[in-house]
Design a binder for this molecule. Structure first.
Ligand code: C2E
Ligand code: MG
Ligand code: MG
Length: 444
């Protein structure tokens, strides 16, 4: 879990590092340009422009400083708002188009809009959306007219002739830099998808086993939890790659590998008296379960490995029930007909109706960790947990509590009538050899 958290931070950091870099380059380019103009106008004695360009340069410097202190969101908002107003002011007061020289300052509005959009993709917010819209609207408005405010002080064309070239070049380069960074971001899932496919071909996946125990704390089985053994990043938890596997259509293949490996383990366990009675629970994602022919694949595997189907449990989540009840029930009935166990995972976190759950041929309810966490510290949580356990029992299902981390939680849940338990208190998910060694040690 710690490795997972570290990797997630690493992911976020990789994205931010690239984004921060893009932001700093553009802010530095605009800041230097404005500083140059401020110096130029001060030499010319045009003080209004010296002041406005100095403000832009100062905002760029503050923005870079804030981003260096890890306050990118504040830096971005400050720069966007300040630049939006200064560009509009510059266009309507100083950079007034003439017959000879066009207006170009408004080109920076496109850069602002793109940076804003990149930020919006990273972290969607209404404010950011509004700022992007304002930049685009201002750009369209200013590009379509030569309007200037009544008190405008147009810069001399002799200066604007060069200014147009310099400003248009910097704005175009900044725009290109934005598009380049944007493209890098778009490629990211694609690259990770390729990496994931290569991992499956390169046998980089592994199943970890987390013990499940009964009321006497005796191990009765395990849950198989998928890990990606990445050559550089170490063990990657499923939350970090399963959504992508779903997105790129790899889940069917990956899910098959998990089931096949689990059946192979059950077959090996069936040959030893110490392990022959163990059950193995396998997680099945909604898309995998609803896949046409999924149940036939499971039946074939059970047949091929000649395992006792009662030792295999499939864990589905409430999201499966978003689909037609009849289809789900029919699939479940085929699996149940040969004696396979069917568990409802993360119970209580979804939105399915109880009437619906009652009609499904389930065998086990796995009470989600969120109900277990507070049972010993909070009377309301204790009451909820007690009711959930009772509900499972009323539905005539085996009730397993997930995420049990302390002895007090275990004792409380056991006293509520819960029959099975899983959590760090009894053992973390571990490689097969470790799981088997632990079992052997306990037996000895
Ligand atoms: P899940 O099926 O609910 O699995 C339990 C998760 O809780 C596991 O995370 C496990 O490491 C963690 N856990 C167990 N005991 C404790 C505890 O006491 N405290 C805390 N804080 N956590 C505990 P993991 O391995 O990261 O798996 C996350 C989810 O990924 C699983 O949730 C399951 O939905 C999915 N998953 C795992 N393997 C597979 C797979 O082979 N196929 C599919 N489709 N999904 C999988
Ligand atoms: Mg599970
Ligand atoms: Mg669960």
């Amino acid at each position: 879990m710690a490795a997972g958290a570290a990797r997630q931070t690493d992911e976020a950091a990789r994205f931010s590092a690239r984004f921060v870099l893009a932001y700093r380059w553009i802010a530095a380019a605009v800041g230097l340009l404005s500083l140059g103009w401020a110096i130029f106008f001060s030499v010319q004695g045009i003080w209004a422009l010296t002041a406005s360009q100095s403000v832009v340069a100062l905002v760029a410097a503050v923005g870079i400083m804030l981003s260096a202190r890890g306050r990118l969101a504040t830096a971005l908002l400050l720069t966007q708002v300040a630049y939006l107003f200064s560009i509009i002011l510059l266009c309507l007061v100083f950079d007034v188009p003439s017959a000879e020289v066009p207006r170009v300052s408004h080109l920076f509005l496109l850069v602002l809009a793109l940076v804003g959009y990149l930020n919006f993709k990273r972290q969607p917010s209404l404010l950011q959306k509004g700022l992007v819209g304002a930049c685009v609207l201002a750009f369209v408005g200013i590009s379509s007219t030569s309007y200037a405010l009544p008190f405008a002080q147009p810069i001399d064309d002799a200066i604007r002739t060069y200014g147009a070239w310099v400003n248009a070049s910097v704005a175009t380069l900044s725009l290109m830099a934005c598009v380049y960074f944007f493209q890098l971001e778009l490629q990211r899932p694609d690259q990770r998808g390729q990496e994931l496919k290569a991992a499956l071909r390169g046998h980089q996946f592994e199943l970890f086993y987390q013990p499940q125990v009964d009321r006497a704390e005796k191990t009765t089985g395990a849950e198989a939890l998928l890990r990606w053994k990445h050559p550089v990043r170490g063990y990657v938890p499923p939350g970090d790659f399963i959504p992508l596997a779903e997105e790129i259509g790899l889940m069917r293949e990956l899910g098959f590998w998990v089931l096949e490996t689990a059946c192979r383990t059950l077959e090996a366990w069936s040959r030893h008296p110490e392990t022959s009675q163990l059950t193995l629970s396998v997680n099945v994602s909604a898309s995998q379960f609803l896949d046409e022919g999924f149940e036939q694949v499971v039946l074939q595997l059970v047949d091929r490995f000649a395992i006792d189907p009662r030792r295999l449990k499939l864990e589905i989540t409430e999201s499966v029930m978003m689909t037609s009840t009849d289809l789900v029930t029919a699939k479940m009935q085929i699996l149940r007909s040969i004696g396979l166990g069917l568990a409802l995972d993360d119970f209580g976190t979804g939105y399915s109706s109880l009437a619906y759950i009652r009609r499904l041929p389930l065998t086990q309810l796995k009470i989600d960790r969120s109900f277990v966490q507070d049972v010993t510290g909070n009377e309301r949580s204790a009451a909820v947990a007690r009711s959930v356990v009772q509900l499972g029992r009323d539905l005539d299902l085996d009730v397993l509590a997930e995420g049990v981390e302390t002895r007090d939680q275990f004792v409380f849940l056991r006293d509520c009538g819960c029959e099975e338990f899983q959590g760090f208190h009894f053992g973390r998910p571990m490689p097969l050899a470790d799981f088997e060694n632990t079992l052997a040690r306990r037996a000895a």
